[in-house]
Design a protein around this ligand. Sequence first.
Ligand SMILES: Nc1nc2c(ncn2[C@@H]2O[C@H](COP(=O)(O)OP(=O)(O)O)[C@@H](O)[C@H]2O)c(=O)[nH]1
Ligand SMILES: [Mg+2]
Length: 264
Amino acid sequence: MSRAVPRTLLPSRGRAALGATVAGGVLSGLASAPERVHRLFRRRFPTVAVTGMTGVGKTQLADRLAGRSTGDGVAVGSAVMERRTRHSARLHGFRFLVVPGDNAATRLGALDEVFHDEPVDGVIHVVANGYATPRRTAGTTGTATATREEQLAAELEDWAITSHRIASMAVRRDKPVWLVIAVTKTDLYADEVDDVVHYYSPGSGTPFGDKVDELRALAGGAKLSVDVLPVCSLGEDRKSGGSARADEMIDALAVRLAQLSGHV
Ligand SMILES: Nc1nc2c(ncn2[C@@H]2O[C@H](COP(=O)(O)OP(=O)(O)O)[C@@H](O)[C@H]2O)c(=O)[nH]1
Ligand SMILES: [Mg+2]
C-alpha cells in the first residue's frame, strides 16, 4: 500500500533534497495557516440557510441571532448572500447564510450553494403573515404597496420554490435535515400569533400547511424535522421597539437551534 520509496534506495543527496522539499511544503503550509485555521473553526459551526421572500425580515433575524444590531438605513432586500456567525460558549456557534429573496440570478446561485454545493445542516425559513416590507423599485419614490393577500400569495409561491430545494437536498442525504419556519413580525399581530403559527404548521389544512405536508412526504418523515416558531426581531433595546417578549422568542429560537444541532 505504501508508496514511499524504500530508504535504502535513496542516495544520501537525494534524501537531503527530499527533506528540503518536505520542509518547503511545511513552510508554505504555514503561510496559509491562519486562513486554514479560520476555515476549520468555521466548519465546526453548523451551517444554517435563512430563506424567505424579500422584506420578510431575514437579515434582521439573522442579525439578532448573531447578536449584531442591524444598521440604520440598511436597504431592504439584498441581491447577494449575507453571512453571519453566532459565537457561543464552547464553540457552540452557527453560521447563517441569508439567501437573497429576490428572484434574481444571484438567488438561484445562492440556492444552489446552500442546498446543493455545500448543503447546510438546517434551514430557517422566514415568513411574516403577509407583512413583508415591499421593496421599492429602484428610482421610484414613495412606499411600494401590495395588499396582505398579495403578500401571502407571494410567500406561498416563494415557499413552493424553497421547499422543493429542501426536499431534493433531504433525499440526497443520509443525515436528517431540520427546518424551522420562523413566523416573524409578531409585534404586528400580537393577538393572533397562535392562529398565524397554526396557518404555517404541518397538518393544518391551510395552503401553506399543505405545502409543508407535501415537503415532508417527499423528503420522508425521518429525514426532515419541522418546527414552527413565532419570533420578533425588533431591536435589543426598547427604543428600537424591542420588548421582553421579543427577547424571549429570540432566545427560544436559539435554544431550539442548539437542540437541533446537538449542541445540548
Ligand atoms: N415590525 C417589525 N418589523 C420588522 C421585524 N423584522 C424585520 N422588520 C422590518 O422589516 C423590514 C425588512 O427586514 P429585512 O430583515 O431587511 O428583510 P429581508 O429582505 O428578508 O432581509 C425592515 O424594515 C425591518 O426593519 C419585526 O420583527 N417586526
Ligand atoms: Mg435582507
